[in-house]
Design a protein around this ligand. Structure first.
Ligand code: ZN
Ligand code: ZN
Length: 77
């Protein structure tokens, strides 16, 4: 069983989970430094300063290291 750690939905296969991750509304931010995804609320306290929630990761700053999955999708199409 593969579970999306953002919305806790479970999937039978890893592929199904991967596909879901692209559309998951709970994993909207993407860190290009560590490649992780997380909720916007996890990356910011005040909606102004953004930091990667991964303590091991130096990524930070919206549109610098952190991007909205939505924006990436629009940009590449
Ligand atoms: Zn999800
Ligand atoms: Zn990161």
């Amino acid at each position: 069983m593969h579970t999306c750690r953002d919305c806790k939905q479970s999937f039978q296969t890893e592929l199904a989970l991967e596909l879901h991750r692209d559309t998951c509304t709970k994993g909207q931010l993407f860190c290009q430094v560590c490649g992780d995804r997380f909720r916007e609320a996890e990356a910011t306290q005040d909606g102004w300063h953004y930091d990667c929630p991964d303590v091991e990761c130096d990524g930070g700053g919206l549109q610098e290291d952190l991007f909205r999955v939505e924006d990436i999708r629009t940009a590449t199409h």
